[in-house]
Design a protein around this ligand. Structure first.
Ligand code: DQA
Length: 146
């Protein structure tokens, strides 16, 4: 019953990248806090980032049904039917996360092609989007263990 956090394209330079939109906190800091919060609740949280769509597909399709996935696909959110298919193909609950409010920006961002493969979406709360997703994942995984 692991919890995975996968970050997609361009999230490696969080903190430097458009800080007015995405904030100044780095990905390492976000991951560190996610792992720590998981530990406090007795769960292993595994965080990874890639700029290669096929690598993300590989990671997703290697998950097992008892896992939980928190996913910020970056710009692949708006383009990747491959990610949609990968999530659909594994019976793993996935929660879509965005730092920014994708509905309040450029029009191309207001459609997520992966949303239909996910249990839900959290968008626009900055890094709290991840922490609220983790709070849900922890509840979900605890309930599952019973
Ligand atoms: C993002 C929103 C996407 O539209 C964008 O391409 C990103 C980050 C977010 O977390 O707000 O790379 O997923």
């Amino acid at each position: 019953n692991r919890i995975h956090v996968f970050h997609g394209v361009n999230l490696h330079f969080l903190g430097q990248r458009e800080p007015d939109i995405y904030g100044r906190i780095t990905l390492d800091e976000v991951n560190g806090r996610l792992i720590e919060t998981g530990q406090t609740h007795g769960f292993t949280v595994e965080c990874r980032q890639t700029n290669y769509e096929g690598e993300l597909v590989d990671w997703i399709t290697k998950l097992t049904p008892s896992d939980f996935l928190i996913l910020n696909p970056g710009a692949w959110t708006h383009t990747s039917y491959a990610l949609y298919d990968a999530i659909k193909g594994v019976s793993v609950p996935a929660l879509e996360v965005h730092l920014s409010n994708i509905y309040a920006r450029e029009s191309f961002r207001s459609h997520s092609v992966i949303a239909g493969a996910c249990v839900g979406q959290i968008s626009g709360l900055g890094t709290d989007s991840y922490f609220l997703a983790l709070a849900y994942a922890l509840e979900f995984q605890k309930y599952r263990q019973k």
